[in-house]
Design a protein around this ligand. Structure first.
Ligand code: NAD
Ligand code: UDP
Length: 318
């Protein structure tokens, strides 16, 4: 297959490129390097079946491909709120461009949507049938509503033009190749703990998240793309739910850190709880996550430990 990965130099996209290259596909990675990095895909550049194109998906692009994994979009609140207008343009115009491409060359297109379409959920755990509780005018809206519009566009191109689509809703995913300055909770806590700096909990740390290790996500994504007669949306996440305080304690413990926990203000509209109902993924993809939090954290800690020592023990400020 000739395959495009938008956002292929990012955290998730680069792991997906690894998988696709190893499966023998011809892979084109499209990225504008807003949050992605050449480091994440450097090891792939010597492969004959891997190609990198610097491209902003807000602009159309013409390619001959069979499949499109559409992952381009900043995912950390710090980054998607840096330029919110650009974030929503990426979701809306970027998705229109990928759907236009899919329609023209009759490619299958898979959208990396998000659990954020459920907002601050009033139904727990969240099944795909839940329509969500999203603030349309808040600081997270550029991302949440952008992805909701992206899902709508996917469905409308499918209904109106017969485009072959897939939608996955990804729940909090972590692992190696998150950027040091990514700003999401797992990388923040690990980088802080490795440097014996204060661990910054926003709010009281009673809010919950369900953390999925990246390898589980990639397996589910790949399966979803190969499946016929199932467009989703389908939740992909690990249902094991933890409070943010529990996460902080576990990271401190695994690192053996002398970090202290400090409390900072809770950002606006921060969801209080989140846990995927993955019955549909189990049934339709024969998939379930296999990597528990502790095991995934150990791998991620090892990655950041190596990264920090490669940087000659520079102090990383987060
Ligand atoms: P990331 O920030 O590491 O990766 C995003 C990639 O997209 C980066 O390489 C960035 O440079 C690129 N990009 C951003 N805007 C672009 C544009 N206009 N044109 C071209 N490239 C652009 O984030 P990630 O965690 O790897 O997330 C990847 C995708 O998965 C995103 O669509 C995100 O919404 C989705 N997702 C991730 C999670 C998670 O927990 N990691 C959860 C839900 C959904
Ligand atoms: N969070 C935190 N400290 C940090 C970064 C994040 O306490 O240094 C909290 C954040 O307020 C949220 C949770 O951790 O309640 C998950 O945040 P993240 O940005 O990783 O993902 P999202 O909120 O988008 O699920």
């Amino acid at each position: 297959m000739r395959v495009v990965v938008t956002g292929g130099a990012g955290f998730l996209g680069s792991h997906l490129c690894d998988r696709l290259v190893s499966e023998g596909h011809d892979v084109i990675c499209l990225d504008n390097f807003f949050t992605g990095s050449k480091q994440n895909i450097k090891h792939l550049l010597h492969n004959d079946n891997f190609e990198l194109i610097r491209h902003d998906i807000i602009e159309p692009i013409l390619l001959e491909v069979d499949q499109i994994y559409h992952f381009a979009c900043p995912a950390s609140p710090v980054h998607y709120q840096y330029n919110p207008v650009k974030t929503i343009k990426t979701s809306v115009m970027g998705t229109i461009n990928m759907l236009g491409l899919a329609k023209r060359v009759k490619a299958r297109v898979l959208l990396a949507s998000t659990s954020e379409v459920y907002g601050d959920p009033k139904v727990h755990p969240q099944p795909e049938s839940y329509w969500g509780n999203v603030n349309p005018i808040g600081e997270r809206s550029c991302y949440d509503e952008g992805k909701r519009v992206a899902e709508t566009l996917m469905m409308d191109y499918h209904r109106q033009s017969g485009v072959d689509i897939k939608i996955i809703r990804i729940f909090n995913t972590y692992g190696p190749r998150m950027a040091i300055h990514d700003g999401r909770v797992v990388s923040n806590f690990i980088v802080q703990a490795l440097q014996n700096k204060n661990i910054t909990i926003y709010g009281r740390g009673t809010q919950t998240r369900s953390f999925q290790y990246v390898d589980d996500l990639i397996e589910a994504t790949y399966r979803m793309m190969q499946t016929d007669n199932f467009i989703g949306p389908v939740n992909i996440g690990n249902p094991d739910e933890f409070t943010i305080l529990e996460l902080a304690e576990q990271v401190i413990d695994l690192v053996g850190s002398s970090s202290k926990i400090i409390y900072k203000p809770l950002p606006k509209d921060d969801p209080a709880q989140r846990q995927p109902d993955i019955s549909l993924a189990r049934e339709r993809l024969d998939w379930r996550p296999t990597i528990p939090l502790q095991e995934g954290l150990k791998k991620t800690i090892a990655y950041f430990d190596r990264l920090l020592s490669e940087k000659n023990n520079q102090t990383i400020l987060i």
